[in-house]
Write a protein that binds this ligand. Structure first.
Ligand code: DX5
Ligand code: ZN
Length: 224
């Protein structure tokens, strides 16, 4: 795997939306990616931000952006996030008829390509597509809202994907998203995840950078 052994990606969904630039700066040096949750009030009931805000925020920080698109019609919208400079753009398998074609479009537009699997979606049908992706995001909650309880049974999907990726020598990050905190990150790391999204656990803490460092130490200890 190229890049850091462990990726810690604070989710701005739990940050103060009136002070996003300061919230991004608060984790600089401690976070690897900034996880930007884009929700359209159609694919999920919640609504967050779109390309204009992401572009403005991007200009305020050097942290690589990990855009998680919980939107319908990612074919139309996802490449725009790559063009505005996102490091990784992840769209949902449930929202896309031809994930491989969209992964190709994202890479052509300059970003890494990520595939997200929501709570109720099995991972098996997508295993064969993974060579076309840089990131596989396995939801450990139902997508849509922060602050939900981690669902440990969803780690079976992480284990399966990790075995498949290792057997095929794939350069694939396996990212978990939802309820990742001090008491859950070790289980996710043991299952084979190497990228960890944390909203509440980072931005709900009094020192977000310190919360990132602690999560990284816990993930590392679990995989040694
Ligand atoms: C929810 C988002 C998550 C969310 C996680 O659909 O994809 O990224 O911010 O929040 P926590 O870490 O609070 O579960
Ligand atoms: Zn997310």
């Amino acid at each position: 795997m190229t890049g850091p052994d462990i990726v810690i990606a604070p989710s701005i969904l739990a940050a103060d939306f009136a002070n996003l630039a300061a919230e991004a700066r608060a984790v600089e040096g401690a976070a690897d990616w900034l996880h930007v949750d884009v929700m359209d009030n159609h694919f999920v009931p919640n609504l967050t931000i779109g390309p204009a805000v992401v572009a403005s925020l991007r200009a305020t920080t050097a942290i690589p952006f990990d855009c998680h698109l919980m939107i319908e019609d990612p074919k139309r919208w996802a490449p725009g996030y790559a063009e505005l400079g996102a490091y990784n753009v992840t769209f949902h398998a449930e929202a896309c008829a031809d994930p491989v074609a969209l992964a190709r479009d994202l890479r052509a537009a300059g970003s890494k390509a990520g595939l997200a699997i929501d709570r109720d979606t099995p991972v098996e049908p997508y295993l064969e597509l993974l060579p076309h992706f840089d990131t596989l995001l396995i939801m450990t909650i139902k997508a849509g809202f922060g602050g939900q309880r981690f669902l440990p049974e969803l780690l079976d999907k992480v284990r399966l994907a990790r075995r498949h990726a290792d057997a095929g020598h794939l350069e694939l990050r396996i990212e978990v998203d939802g309820g990742i905190a001090d008491d859950t990150i070790a289980a996710a790391a043991e299952a084979g995840a190497d990228a960890f999204v944390a909203g509440t656990a980072v931005y709900g803490a009094s020192d977000p950078a310190e919360a990132c460092r602690k999560l990284r130490a816990l993930a590392r200890a679990a995989t040694r």
